[in-house]
Ligand binder design. Structure first.
Ligand SMILES: [Zn+2]
Length: 200
């Protein structure tokens, strides 16, 4: 009997075969064009959560979104990877729009209530703790299940604002935004309805 990973690998390769014979073959011109070079319209930053498919939820094609995903859609200030991403996205690819997208039911946001430790998840989430602190400072202690969920939603939204603030600590991006070459927007994806809404 095939082991779990062999079964999954088989499924992925069969899926790829279906992709090639339907989507790829049906849009050969588009795929040939983008094989020659990319010119994405937006940098889309979102959580690694498996339930979010940036291309599908925005109905964009391959080549339109330059994507960064990580646990909790977090932008640590002073990070080499983020600096490199922005350097690639702005002066090189000249992407005019940056989206920072949070989502409902984010496990990273719930994990902000765990006791901080030296473990990697906790260290990573240090970059988002301020979102929780801001929300807890402005709402009463939640009592009911509904209030607890509403608090998490508030923190998910505040985390979008906080991570946009972190993005703007990168001088290259700040300069591009000030010169109106780049615009940065916050979005929030609701897993229950499939809706994307603006976060201001
Ligand atoms: Zn998440």
């Amino acid at each position: 009997m095939a082991s779990g990973w062999q079964t999954m690998l088989k499924r992925l390769l069969e899926g790829n075969h279906t992709f090639r014979t339907t989507e790829f073959a049906g849009n050969r011109d588009h795929y040939t064009t983008i094989a020659g070079g990319q010119k994405p319209e937006a940098l889309f930053i979102c959580c690694a959560d498996s339930r979010i498919e940036p291309g599908k939820i925005t109905q964009t094609k391959a080549g339109e979104l330059f994507v960064l995903r990580n646990v909790g859609n977090i932008i640590p200030p002073g990070d080499f990877g983020i600096a490199a991403l922005l350097e690639f996205a702005i002066p090189q690819l000249k992407i005019p729009t940056i989206i920072l997208c949070g989502h409902s039911g984010c496990a990273s946001i719930r994990a902000l209530d765990w006791k901080p430790t030296d473990e990697p998840v906790s260290r990573w989430l240090d970059n988002a703790r301020e979102a929780k602190e801001r929300v807890d400072a402005r709402i009463p202690l939640p009592q009911t299940e509904n209030e607890k969920n509403a608090r998490y939603r508030q923190i998910e939204l505040e985390n979008v604002r906080l991570q946009i603030e972190h993005l703007l600590t990168y001088p290259l991006l700040k300069k591009a935004v000030d010169a109106r070459r780049v615009e940065v927007y916050g979005l929030y994806y609701d897993l229950g309805s499939g809706e994307l809404t603006r976060v201001t």
